[in-house]
Design a protein. Structure first.
Length: 122
């Protein structure tokens, strides 16, 4: 399970076309422990040591439980996650603000299939 003592990173996503959507769908082929579909919601989701798949817009989400894989499709979402060791993040969308905390300050594998992503230096 992830601890909250690691470094924090932020990524801002930008939208892409159908090719990127197919890549993200492939990356999310594993069955995530948690799934979320919605818009204009504020909620906390528990990854329960597995993956999470999110689709929606204008949400404020908190992900707990040591997420091993985090996939998100949508726009104008704000999401914060506690990640597991060796976690990965894949997303497509526009104007998403994604922040994570990882164990021992380990940077997750981030796959942004859009353009103009700003990733923090670690």
């Amino acid at each position: 399970m992830a601890t909250t003592s690691g470094k924090v990173g932020t990524v801002f996503g930008v939208a892409v076309g159908p090719f990127g959507t197919a890549l993200l769908t492939s990356a999310l082929a594993q069955q995530p422990a948690t799934q979320f579909l919605g818009s204009h919601q504020t909620t906390t989701l528990n990854c329960a040591g597995g993956g999470v798949q999110i689709a929606g817009s204008n949400n404020k989400l908190i992900l707990t439980g040591g997420c091993t894989m985090w996939g998100m499709v949508g726009s104008n979402n704000t999401a914060t996650a506690i990640l597991a060791k060796n976690a990965s993040i894949q997303f497509i969308g526009s104007n998403n603000a994604i922040t994570w905390t990882a164990p021992d300050g380990e940077k997750p594998l981030v796959q942004d299939l859009g353009s103009g992503t700003l990733a923090p230096a670690h």
